[in-house]
Design a protein around this ligand. Structure first.
Ligand code: S3P
Length: 174
């Protein structure tokens, strides 16, 4: 049975960029859970947080993951950094996917995220927010089958490494 490839990781670790490159290499479709929620509800994530609250978003995010994991054809699914906060999401991902955690050092993340205005959880002092959330989620991504540091190295090289490892470790890959 072919499984989905699921990318998890903290905000700014490069999930969407690397996910698109993996999908190109494998000629698979890629779907991002944030984009999926935004498309379905016609609302930007930041507006959803502001208008409906984080809890509402987490429910929509959970539904999106459930629907994507049930797709017949294998997908490269890229996820929001907080998807790992729910145990039922973790179970969905490990049951239906080969899970890759992208990581980066705290300093690299702060550099990448410091001018970002799209992520509601980072509004205000980005460095302080990254540090606080990073502390809370320190071990939250550890369940992945593979961990890849994206602090250095091109997205292309990182995607190539992930595809090579996937082909070697998923014996049923055709
Ligand atoms: C979040 C990460 C975001 C988005 C939302 C919440 C989080 O996605 O889902 O702003 O809790 O880490 P990215 O990881 O793609 O930035």
């Amino acid at each position: 049975m072919q499984r989905h490839i699921v990318l998890i990781g903290f905000m700014g670790t490069g999930k969407s960029t690397v996910g698109k490159l993996i999908a190109e290499r494998l000629q698979w479709e890629t779907v991002d859970t944030d984009d999926y929620v935004e498309g379905r509800y016609g609302m930007r994530i930041a507006d959803m947080f502001r208008v409906r609250g984080e809890r509402y978003f987490r429910e929509r995010e959970h539904e999106a993951l459930m629907q994507l994991m049930q797709r017949e054809r294998p997908l490269v699914v890229t996820t929001g950094g907080g998807i790992v906060l729910r145990a039922d999401n973790v179970a969905q991902m490990t049951d239906n996917g080969w899970v890759v955690a992208l990581t980066a050092t705290r300093d690299v993340l702060v550099q990448r995220l410091k001018n970002d205005s799209t992520r509601p959880l980072l509004a205000g002092d980005v460095e302080a927010k990254v540090t606080a959330i990073w502390g809370e989620r320190r071990t939250a991504y550890d369940f992945a089958h593979l961990k890849v540091d994206t602090s250095h190295g091109s997205p292309e090289a990182i995607a190539a490494h992930i595809v090579t490892t996937f082909k070697a470790s998923c014996a049923d890959f055709k």
